[in-house]
Ligand binder design. Structure first.
Ligand code: DC
Length: 219
């Protein structure tokens, strides 16, 4: 039964700035499906660990905190242990530390369980992250890996949150490296993912393409 629900998952993976959130949200809205941002889950755990001034290198302590936290990631709000972390999780402090927390296997196991439970309770959905197709939902009905050139990705981040393009590009490159070289479920495209380069494409155009792929498979 769980497998059936997980087949109603559209997995959207890719590096920072590839357009995942914008595209996944628009797709979910168009298909009237639920949407889950799994990056926000790792960010919220990082936020809470920093708030409690835990040592981010203490894998056991961070894992325990992740296992015990009350975490709600909705479309507009991210709440952890009663704290509204919606804005703080996008700030430079959390962004600078999240890769370390996301490399913690204990945290990943806990987040993976929560993501699978979320899909079961919502009857599937559009789920974005780094390991959604490869590890969390290997039987997803549709797997999409979004990419974009490093220049375009850095420019998009500057448009969203401001900052210096060169510095943002360097920070993105560092985060990509950490995310794609970690031992546990690194950022990678699945062999059965459809790879879409969003560099020179309009959002609506990419959403159209994914919707078409989904309609073809969702018989
Ligand atoms: O998508 P994002 O930038 O909000 O992700 C934040 C961090 O979490 C990023 O360093 C990659 C990591 N992440 C992950 O390891 N696995 C996921 N499924 C989603 C995000």
């Amino acid at each position: 039964m769980v497998i059936g629900v997980h087949r109603r998952v559209i997995a959207i993976d890719g590096p920072a700035g590839a357009g995942k959130s914008t595209i996944a949200k628009a797709l979910a809205s168009r298909l009237k499906m639920k949407y889950l941002d799994t990056g926000a889950m790792y960010r919220a755990v990082t936020f809470e660990a920093m708030l409690r001034e835990l040592d981010l290198d203490d894998q056991g302590a961070i894992t325990l905190m992740a296992q015990e936290c009350d975490l709600h990631v909705g479309l507009d709000r991210v709440i952890i242990n009663g704290h509204d972390a919606t804005l703080a999780i996008r700030g430079p402090e959390v962004t600078g530390n999240v890769s370390k927390v996301a490399a913690n296997s204990g945290v990943r196991t806990e987040m993976r369980i929560r993501q699978q439970e979320w899909a079961t309770s919502h009857g599937g959905g559009v789920i974005e992250g780094r390991d959604i197709a490869t590890v969390v939902f290997p039987d997803a009905v549709l797997k999409v890996f979004l990419t974009a050139s490093p220049e375009v990705r850095a420019l998009r981040r500057v448009d969203q949150s401001g900052g210096n393009v060169t510095e943002i590009a360097a920070a993105i490159a560092q985060r990509d490296l950490t995310d794609s070289t970690r031992a546990d479920s690194p950022l990678a495209s699945s062999s059965d993912s459809v790879v879409i380069d969003t560099s020179d494409r309009a959002i609506e155009d990419v959403v159209d393409e994914i919707e078409k792929l989904f309609m073809e498979r969702n018989i």
